[in-house]
Write a protein that binds this ligand. Structure first.
Ligand code: SF4
Ligand code: MG
Length: 327
């Protein structure tokens, strides 16, 4: 369970006041055991900050993160150590997160040394071999070094390393976005298989809805530090309720990979999180915005499929307005 606010910055001083960056501004959600939960949004929407709050790589400005009922947000010492074993992180760039001077066997074996120091060298070697097999690598890869592997294989090494400490939860911050498109699906499928076979809970951060479409049980869409829509993947993809989600979905490239708008099909640039628009934060880019949107911030409403928009009902029953020319 998560209920957090994270603002960065110290506010400057009286000579040069700086507004805090409202990276995550009142996000509440609950990830259920065993599910794959995706958090999507453009870069700068706060999703990576949220992931780091979940992992206790950051402390929230306000609020808390609970993991199995235990407070994560301000955990320290032994408690934090136990949590770190149960929650593992997979990074975006598998190359920079793997020490190039460590062999694969050492990289995957290191968490075992830390978390299971009583394990014999032989048992550890056997365990490393088993982990490598689990992620689709071979035991003899243990003697090689990260640079000898492709990007996809390196991400597999990162996953094996994450699995080594026997986690309950794995958080992936754009785990495939640095990989070739052809390899992305393989790594995504691997994560899906592992979560099913090992009963893992997965939280996947992505900017691309296409990537998480087939692997996630539930999806949260973030915009400027807030969740604007949350629901099962099926519902969100079939009947997106928030205009921002609708725009993101319409920007998914077609199968033939035809032209793709890099700005995700919404109008203009995302405003700065240090100076978010008042009211609905999306109103500066929303095709449906009305006067009320500029002053009143919409709350998430609904039961299982939730949306933060004053006019979602009207929008759902209306044909989409024509997109004005960008020029
Ligand atoms: Fe658009 Fe208004 Fe809904 Fe915000 S509240 S998404 S501006 S219609
Ligand atoms: Mg990011």
């Amino acid at each position: 369970a998560v209920d957090v606010v994270k603002h960065f910055g110290d506010g400057g001083n009286w000579l040069s006041p700086k507004p805090p960056v409202q990276a995550v501004d009142g996000v509440s959600l609950e990830v259920r055991r065993g599910e794959t939960f995706a958090i999507v949004g453009e870069s700068g929407c706060g999703k990576s900050t949220l992931a780091r709050l979940l992992m206790r790589l950051l402390e929230p400005t306000e609020g808390s993160v609970l993991f199995d009922g235990d407070e994560v947000s301000h955990a320290k010492g032994e408690v934090l150590k136990t949590l770190r074993r149960q929650m593992q992180f997979i990074f975006q760039d598998p190359f920079s997160s793997l020490n190039p001077r460590m062999s694969v066997g050492k990289l995957v074996g290191e968490p075992l040394e830390v978390h299971a120091p009583e394990m014999s060298t032989e048992d550890r070697r056997a365990k490393v071999a088993e982990l490598l097999r689990k992620v689709g690598l071979r035991p003899e890869h243990a003697g090689r070094y990260p640079h000898e592997f492709s990007g996809g294989q390196r991400q597999r090494i990162g996953i094996a390393r994450a699995l080594a400490s026997g986690p309950k939860l794995i958080i992936g911050d754009e785990p495939v976005s640095a990989l070739d498109v052809s390899v992305q699906a393989q790594v995504i499928n691997l994560l899906g298989d592992l979560s099913r076979d090992l009963g893992l809970t997965l939280v996947i951060i992505a900017h691309d809805l296409g990537v998480i479409r087939h692997m996630s049980d539930r999806v949260a869409v973030m915009y400027l530090g807030r969740i604007v829509e949350i629901g099962t993947a099926e519902e969100v993809f079939a009947t997106p309720l928030h205009p921002y989600t609708q725009a993101l979905l319409s920007a998914i490239p077609s199968i033939d990979g035809a032209s793709r708008d890099k700005k995700s099909g919404v109008l203009g640039e995302m405003p700065s999180p240090s100076d978010p628009p008042p009211g609905c934060r999306f109103h500066t880019r929303c095709l449906h915005a009305q006067a009320r949107c500029k002053s009143e911030s919409p709350k998430l409403q609904g039961a299982d499929h939730q949306v933060a928009c004053h006019f979602w009902k009207e929008i759902a029953t209306q044909p989409a307005p024509a997109i004005p020319s960008r020029r």
